[in-house]
Design a protein around this ligand. Structure first.
Ligand SMILES: [Zn+2]
Ligand SMILES: [Zn+2]
Ligand SMILES: [Zn+2]
Length: 334
């Protein structure tokens, strides 16, 4: 019997199609064609990107936009939003509008063209988490921006147009609806129970121990009770923090280790599966919230969003999260 499940944070329903019970081998992952050819993100091609806004790893005194970097952040050449200008909020009859002001940046995660996240060393991967932090801190000084969404598209099917491993961020003049939903949903839960819903989820998952993928002292990766897609995972800090940028150094190290393990498990279960991940954190310049808890949502791209999902806003998932977590947990890593 399929099961309807309700997400305790935003109240979204999903359908877990238990009888389909799709295992990793039941999904056909289209092999990406390696395009080869010119890569604008590779070292030596720095002049083909807009001027960098951040770079790590070059020796002191080396000029910007030159090789020798280990991570580099550049404005997107084809931005969804533009940095210059005023918001100019206005009306058109009953409709409200404003200018498309924002920042759209590309984080080039490694100088090595073929290196993917599960292949990265601790030292390489932690730079990515520092870069997310440095950019959010910097962009939060621009008072036109209310939110920075950090995300990654991996693989063509998940929206990546370049092969070279990269993430993106977009600074927005509004708090996106998805985030508002989570914040309002978790506030409702907090008003009722006086506890953070995410902290409660972590507590319950640790006591049930059927949807945990892996954990260390500071972080946990679970397949959520109401996954929208097969093998969806959430990575959360075990200590309550509403903002990604407010953690201590050692916590970013622990995040790096746990995230690396999570992505290695996913890559072993479903080699080179296309995926998206999104970093959900509190809006910019918000004091610590007791009801909200930052996290990363990882969404492998194995199913299609079709009429039913568009029409209802709920999802059919052929892989129960309990089974997905078991597959991922049982994988032996060297
Ligand atoms: Zn490249
Ligand atoms: Zn919490
Ligand atoms: Zn979220």
């Amino acid at each position: 019997m399929p099961e309807l499940r309700r997400d305790p944070i935003i109240g979204r329903w999903v359908i877990i199609a238990k009888e389909r019970g799709k295992r990793p081998c039941d999904f056909v992952i289209e092999k990406e064609k390696t395009k080869g050819g010119f890569c604008p993100l590779c070292p030596g091609h720095e002049n083909t990107t807009p001027n960098e806004v951040l770079a790590y790893g070059r020796p002191p005194g080396a000029p910007p936009n030159s090789p020798g970097w280990t991570l580099r952040v550049v404005p997107n050449k084809y931005p969804a939003l533009v940095v210059e200008g005023e918001l100019d909020k206005r009306g058109e009859g009953m409709y409200d509008k404003m200018n498309g002001i924002g920042a759209h940046e590309v984080i080039i995660e490694t100088p090595n063209h073929n290196e993917t996240i599960p292949m990265m060393s601790h030292d390489q991967l932690i730079q990515l988490f520092w870069a997310y932090r440095d950019r959010i801190v910097d962009l939060s000084r621009d008072i036109r921006f209310r939110y920075v969404i950090v995300f990654k598209n991996f693989g063509r099917a998940a929206g990546a147009s370049l092969e070279h491993s990269h993430s993106q961020l977009i600074a927005l003049p509004i708090v996106p609806h998805r985030i508002q939903e989570e914040i309002q949903g978790s506030l409702k839960y907090y008003e009722y129970k006086e506890r953070c819903v995410f902290c409660d989820i972590i507590r319950q998952e640790r006591s049930q121990n059927i949807r945990i993928v892996c954990e260390n002292d500071e972080f946990i990766a679970i397949c959520p009770f109401t996954p929208r897609a097969p093998f969806e995972m959430w990575v959360m800090p075990k200590k309550h923090h509403s903002s990604y940028i407010s953690m201590e150094d050692y916590q970013y190290h622990a995040l790096t280790d746990l995230f690396s393990e999570t992505m290695q498990r996913l890559d072993r279960a479903l080699p080179r599966v296309p995926y998206n991940y999104m970093l959900h954190t509190a809006p910019l310049r918000t004091p610590d919230l007791e009801h909200y808890h930052w996290h990363i949502e990882i969404m492998p791209k194995l199913t299609m969003i079709a009429g039913f999902e568009w029409g209802t806003g709920f999802y059919i998932n052929p892989t129960p999260p309990e089974e997905a977590a078991r597959f991922l947990r049982d994988i032996t890593l060297d």
